[in-house]
Structures are given as C-alpha cells and as structure tokens.
Design a protein around this ligand. Structure first.
Ligand code: GNR
Ligand code: NI
Length: 166
C-alpha cells in the first residue's frame, strides 16, 4: 500500500475522460484501489477518483466516516437523478477552495465492487453529493466548472479562517 500524489489545479489530466475497467480482479487494479483508499484517508477526503492519482480508469472510492465503511465503485453509472440540493463542497485537487454548487438530491448508481459483483446504490444527501462529485471526475468535470457565482471562498488551511471571498 502506498499514498499516491494527488493531481491538482490545472493538471490537464483532470479534464480527461476515464476508461472502463475490464480486469477488476487484476493485482494492479486491486493495488490501485488500496492506494486510492490510503491516499483518500491520508488527505482526509470523503472521496477520490482514480484520475486524481493520475490513472484514467473508472474507479472511485468514498468514505463518509460513518458506520458504512468505504465504498468502492468501478465503472459506475448514474441511472437516475432526482431533485436538487445546493451544497458547499471542496475538492482535494483544488486545495483551500470551497464553493456552493447544485447536486442531485438523490442518485441511483450501478457499478461493480472490487470483487467484480454488480451493485446498485440508492443515495441521498452527502452520499449522493459525493457520488455525483466523483462520477463527474471520471467524466473530466471538476466542481470548479459548476460553482454558483459569488459563493467561492478561499480558506487558509492553517487556521481555517476565510481569507478572501470572490
Ligand atoms: O474531500 C472531499 N470532500 C467533499 C465534500 C463535499 C462533496 C464532495 C467532496 S469530495 C472531496 C474529495 C475529492 O476531491 N474527491 O474527488
Ligand atoms: Ni474532487
């Protein structure tokens, strides 16, 4: 297991589309998943997409730090979105920035787990937000693209005080 470097800011890879995984059980894929989980935990993120560690594969991990544990979703497809929620969010690829954006209130996602089993998750609130955020990454979309004007805040990570507002 290893913590991998998180691609940030204007790294062009963040705009690229990830590709379908057809060898879920391969050791390299399993190691990538382990490393993504470790990298997410080290960064204290609630999610991470493979593209953020420089790998253009449709893999995402999510941990809401509740009793549900870590979600690993491979080749996820959002098959239904319902409603809207205006939420504040950030992204490990854009440190110290937070903004309000619109996310679906509920999503239904189909995916494969790390054993290759097909799974279906019906999510709302933070889980729906996180799934939407990570699936966007797999499509080359980042939250910066969706900011509601006037809501961007820069936060000093040393003291968590807002130091400027757009
Ligand atoms: O750590 C993260 N927090 C977060 C908060 C609200 C909505 C989405 C997220 S995802 C983000 C980690 C990240 O950048 N994943 O791609
Ligand atoms: Ni992100």
């Amino acid at each position: 297991m290893a913590v991998r470097q998180i691609r940030q800011e204007d790294d062009e890879i963040l705009k690229k589309k990830s590709r379908t995984v057809d060898n879920i059980k391969d050791e390299r894929i399993q190691t990538l998943i382990d490393d993504m989980i470790e990298t997410m935990h080290k960064a204290e993120g609630v999610g991470l997409a493979a593209v953020q560690v420089g790998v253009l594969k449709k893999i995402l991990v999510i941990d809401l730090y509740d009793d549900k544990g870590v979600y690993v979703l491979i080749n996820p497809e959002i098959i239904k979105e319902k409603g809207e929620q205006e939420v504040q969010e950030g992204c490990l690829s854009f440190p110290n920035r937070y903004a309000n954006i619109i996310r679906p209130a509920e999503v239904i996602v189909e995916a494969y787990d790390r054993e290759g089993n097909k799974i279906k998750i019906k999510a709302k609130e933070l889980l729906a937000q996180a799934i939407s955020h990570e699936v966007d990454h797999l499509n080359g979309i980042v939250f910066i693209d969706k900011i509601i004007p006037g809501t961007l805040e820069y936060v000093d990570s040393e003291n968590t005080n807002t130091i400027s507002k757009e």
